[in-house]
Design a protein around this ligand. Structure first.
Ligand SMILES: Cc1ncc(COP(=O)(O)O)c(C=O)c1O
Length: 449
């Protein structure tokens, strides 16, 4: 079927906001020249999984607004917690000062790791957490007398953010290529994408086969490698690449054997997205440093954190100030963001959300079965509250085409290349799950016709 008309069908109010936005805002990750032909939604309100634009049209946020919206938009418990926090304390710097929300959040996150990761260092977004983790790792090796240990290893297809340090451990050319000269590149090892399974192999066998590349690299270079950086279980921006938890067990063992840190980037997969609060829990091993962001504050406010092992933290304790981790962001540990995160943790615990998600996931998976069976659909996959499938022979511009078709079905979708995925908010009623599946199916039917 041909794509809907190129010109976006804005209502009057929405059109005026869109025009003003295009005149004044430089939008992220966007070829601005494609607008306004490529629709831009000007959103006025949001509630639960729904976004409503300035003309009252609604859209189901099937990708949780870049994977941050964990419980649904404007969850009342988080809204109330923020109101209460605003009555007490807005913001203070976190050097020399502290406050209850950051203390409580740090304690609770540590408890969730079984106290394996005992200290929390805060940043503002995912990329800043990655910068913190890679600096901490290299600096910790310096404290141990290993000055040259400052190389990093990442997986093929990895994405860890777009500041220069984070780009160094990101293996997606589109994001990195223009800045190649500015970036200190990591060693990239082949990943354990379970789609690579040969006949007779399962995902675990792929993991065991593929980890040999990492083993060989570490055998050769571990003396100069500070850390291996991974997105546990699912490499998101690389195209929802799923892999077996066995890979992480092997990473842990190799890092221990070769005295290398393991940094787990749970920015996208943490906070229950893969079914357990931390994706690493499914592998039964903990990293040295673990990064969280996105859903941590329920998508309300920018917040990230690096959880570290106490042994690593203690390396920075010294009479000499220069041995401290002298890294700071103005909004480190912002009380409002931490209070939002505490409210999210409360909802997850009190409402047993992760247990309920298993039923939600089963329902959505079964409702999406017709898509999984389509002759052009490959590798339909689901883990926790992530669904993805690849389209064979997708034409150039497939992603934008799906985006456009989806809007006509009240749906916000943004495929990565030829991979369509869903990362919806968790708190979905059965009727919402069925409506989501129905709209996704309708979009796919039109796109693949
Ligand atoms: C795994 C992972 N790491 C890091 C980041 C960067 O986070 P931010 O966009 O908040 O800087 C992302 C963002 O998508 C991510 O998916």
């Amino acid at each position: 079927m041909t794509a809907p008309p190129i010109t976006a069908d804005y209502g009057t109010r929405a059109a005026s906001w869109t025009e003003r936005s295009l005149a004044a805002v430089w939008h992220p990750c966007t070829q601005m020249k494609w607008h306004p032909e490529l629709p831009m939604l000007s959103i006025e309100r949001a509630e639960g999984p729904w976004l409503t634009d300035h003309d009252g049209k609604r859209y189901f946020d099937a990708i949780g607004s870049w994977w941050v919206c964990l419980l649904g938009h404007r969850h009342p418990a988080v809204v109330q917690a923020l109101r209460d926090q605003l009555d007490e304390l807005d913001h203070i710097m976190l050097a020399g000062l502290t406050h209850a929300p950051v203390i409580e959040l740090s304690e609770r996150l540590s408890e969730l790791t079984g106290n394996a990761l005992g200290h929390a260092f805060y940043g503002s977004d995912g990329a800043s957490a990655i910068e913190i983790a890679i600096k901490m790792s290299a600096h910790a090796w310096q404290h141990l007398g290993h000055r040259g240990k400052e190389d990093f290893v990442c997986l093929a297809g990895s994405y860890h953010g777009e500041t220069l340090g984070a780009l160094g451990v990101t293996d997606l050319a589109g994001f990195r290529q223009p800045y190649e000269g500015l970036v200190r590149p990591a060693f990239v090892v082949p990943n354990a994408d379970s789609r690579q399974a040969q006949p007779g192999e399962d995902a675990r066998a792929v993991a065991l086969r593929q980890v040999k590349h990492l083993e060989a690299l570490l055998q050769e270079r571990a003396g100069r490698v500070a850390a291996v950086v991974t997105e546990p279980l699912v490499q998101g921006a690389g195209g929802m690449i799923f892999y077996d938890p066995e890979y992480l067990r092997q990473v842990r063992a190799l890092c221990d054997r070769h005295s290398v840190h393991w940094i787990a980037d749970e920015i996208a997969v943490g906070c229950g997205r893969t079914g357990s609060f931390f994706a690493c829990e499914q592998s039964g091993v903990w990293p040295d440093l673990l990064c969280l962001s996105k859903g941590l504050s329920g998508g309300f406010l920018p917040l990230s954190v690096v959880l570290s092992r106490d042994a690593l933290y203690r390396l920075f304790l010294d009479d000499n100030a220069s041995k401290a981790f002298l890294h700071s962001h103005s909004f480190t540990g912002n009380p409002l963001a931490c209070r939002a995160a505490l409210a999210v943790l409360d909802v997850l615990e009190k409402e047993h959300v992760l247990a309920a998600n298993r039923m939600r996931a089963q329902r959505l998976t079964s409702r999406l079965r017709p898509i999984a069976g389509h002759p052009r659909v490959r590798h339909f996959r689901q883990l926790g509250m992530i669904w993805a499938w690849d389209i064979a022979d997708a034409a150039p511009g497939f992603s934008q085409q799906v985006f456009r078709f989806a809007l006509r079905h009240e749906l916000l979708l943004r495929p990565i290349g030829n991979t369509v995925y869903l990362m919806p908010p968790y708190l979905l009623e059965d009727t919402e799950i069925d409506a989501l599946a129905g709209s996704v199916e309708a979009v796919m039917r039109e796109v693949l016709a």
